[in-house]
Design a protein around this ligand. Structure first.
Ligand SMILES: Cc1cc2nc3c(=O)[nH]c(=O)nc-3n(C[C@H](O)[C@H](O)[C@H](O)COP(=O)(O)O)c2cc1C
Length: 376
C-alpha cells in the first residue's frame, strides 16, 4: 500500500498535482501542445479535418489495405517476470501488463478503419520497474536518443495512411517513435497520431512528431486519451475516426469483398439494401428470403424480430448507426433500420445499408409485412 501511495504521489508531482487532487477523468483531444503539467481540461472536440473528403476517398474501397497502424506500448517493450504479482490497481504498474493502453486503442482503430498492425519494439526492453523505466526514458529524452528497433516495415511504400500510437513519455513520444519515423520516407503520406497519457495530456508529442516528419506529410487531427478513460474510450475513438473521414472506412472494408444486394418489398414498393461481408450479415444472407413484420421503435428505427439467432463472434462490440443503417440488436435478436440518427450502442451490430427507399422505410406503419430477398 505504501509503495502505491509513494508512486501515486510521485506521479502527481510529475504529471500535475491539480489533476490528481480533483480526481477528474476526462478525455483530451488536440487542444494543448507543450502543456507540461497540464490537466487534459477539455472534452474531445471532434472537428472535420481539412481535406477529409479527399482522405475518405483515399480510404474508401481499399479494404484498409493502404493503412498501417504502428504503435508503441510499454507492455510490449518490457518483460514482467511475475505478471500475477503486478498490482493492477496501481496506475503506474498497470501499463506493464498486456495489452497496454496504446494497444487497447489500436484494436478499436483497426475495427473501424481496417489496416495492418505494426508493434514498435526496441531491441533492449525497458525495465518493468516504473522508476527505472522513467529514469531511462528521461535519459533517452535528454540525449535525444534513437533506441534500436527489432522489427521493420518492409513494404512501407504500400501504405498511404499511417496511424501512429504511443504513450506520452516525459511530455513527448517515447524516443522509439522517433527511431521509427526516421527509418522511413513518409513524404506525401497521411499520419494519424493517437496518444494515451497521464495528466500531462498530449504535451509536446504532436509538435515533436511534426518536426521529425517531412513537410509533405499530412498530419491529421490526433486524439489523446487520458489513461483512466482508456477502457471506455471506444465510442470516443469511433467519433474521432468518423470526424476524420473514416465514417465509411468500416463499411468500405466490409463491402470491398463480397458485397451483396438485397431488396425489401413493402406493399409492392422496393427498398434497395447493400449487405456487408461480416459474420452476422452473412448468416442473415443465408436465411433469405424472409417474410418479416416491422414495427416502430421510439421514433428512431423500424425493427423486426428474427426467428433465428445470428452469430456475432468476430463482430465489433457495438456501432454508431446513421440514418439508413441496417443493424442487428443482438440481445433482442431484432433487425433495425434506422430512419433517425442514433448514438453508439453496445451490442448493435452493423449489417448493411439502405441504398434507396428510406422514405418508404420511415413511413412504414405498425406491423408492416415485408419480404426481404437476395438480388445477387
Ligand atoms: C516512462 C514514462 C513516462 C511518462 N511520462 C508521462 C508524461 O510526461 N505525461 C503524462 O501525462 N503521462 C506520462 N506517463 C504516463 C503514460 O503516458 C500513461 O500511463 C500511458 O497511458 C501509458 O500507455 P501504455 O500503457 O500504452 O504504455 C509516463 C509513463 C511512463 C512509463
Amino acid at each position: 500500500m505504501k509503495k502505491w501511495i509513494t508512486m501515486l504521489l510521485s506521479f502527481c508531482l510529475l504529471f500535475g498535482m491539480t489533476a490528481c487532487s480533483t480526481g477528474k477523468t476526462e478525455v483530451s483531444g488536440i487542444t494543448e501542445q507543450n502543456s507540461e503539467n497540464q490537466m487534459p481540461n477539455k472534452k474531445t472536440e471532434i472537428t472535420l479535418a481539412e481535406g477529409s473528403e479527399t482522405f475518405a476517398n483515399k480510404v474508401a474501397g481499399k479494404s484498409g489495405s493502404n493503412i498501417l497502424i504502428a504503435y508503441f506500448t510499454w507492455a510490449e517493450n518490457t518483460q514482467v517476470e511475475n505478471p500475477d504479482e503486478v498490482d493492477v490497481d496501481a496506475t503506474t504498474s498497470a501499463s506493464v501488463l498486456l495489452p497496454g493502453n496504446a494497444a487497447q486503442i489500436v484494436a478499436w482503430i483497426q475495427q473501424k478503419a481496417g489496416g495492418d498492425l505494426f508493434p514498435i519494439i526496441v531491441s533492449e526492453p525497458y525495465s518493468s520497474d516504473y522508476d527505472e523505466c522513467v529514469d531511462r526514458a528521461a535519459n533517452e529524452k535528454a540525449e535525444n536518443a534513437r533506441p534500436e528497433l527489432v522489427n521493420h516495415v518492409d513494404n512501407m511504400d504500400e501504405y498511404d495512411v499511417i496511424f501512429l500510437g504511443f504513450p506520452n513519455w516525459w511530455y513527448t513520444a517515447p524516443m522509439a517513435i522517433f527511431s521509427f519515423i526516421e527509418e522511413y520516407d513518409f513524404s506525401g503520406k497521411t499520419i494519424v497520431p493517437f496518444c494515451t497519457h497521464g495528466t500531462g495530456g498530449l504535451a509536446g508529442c504532436i509538435e515533436d512528431i511534426t518536426a521529425t516528419l517531412p513537410d509533405s506529410a499530412e498530419i491529421l487531427e490526433p486524439i489523446g486519451i487520458y489513461r483512466p478513460d482508456v477502457d471506455s474510450a471506444q465510442p470516443v475513438i469511433n467519433k474521432w475516426l468518423e470526424g476524420l473521414g473514416f465514417e465509411d472506412g468500416e463499411k468500405a472494408s466490409n463491402m470491398a469483398d463480397g458485397e451483396r444486394k438485397l431488396r425489401m418489398i413493402v406493399d409492392g414498393q422496393e427498398i434497395a439494401i447493400t449487405l456487408y461481408n461480416t459474420p452476422a450479415a452473412n448468416a442473415l444472407y443465408d436465411l433469405l428470403p424472409l417474410e418479416l413484420t416491422f414495427e416502430d421503435f421510439n421514433g428512431i428505427e423500424k425493427i423486426s424480430y428474427l426467428s433465428e439467432e445470428l452469430p456475432t463472434d468476430g463482430e465489433p462490440d457495438g456501432c454508431d448507426p446513421d440514418v439508413g443503417d441496417l443493424c442487428l440488436y443482438a440481445p433482442w435478436g431484432n433487425l433495425s433500420i434506422f430512419y433517425q440518427d442514433f448514438r453508439y450502442s453496445e451490442s448493435l451490430i452493423m449489417l448493411g445499408h439502405v441504398d434507396s427507399g428510406m422514405d418508404i422505410v420511415s413511413s412504414m406503419e405498425e406491423n408492416t409485412a415485408v419480404v426481404l430477398e437476395k438480388l445477387n
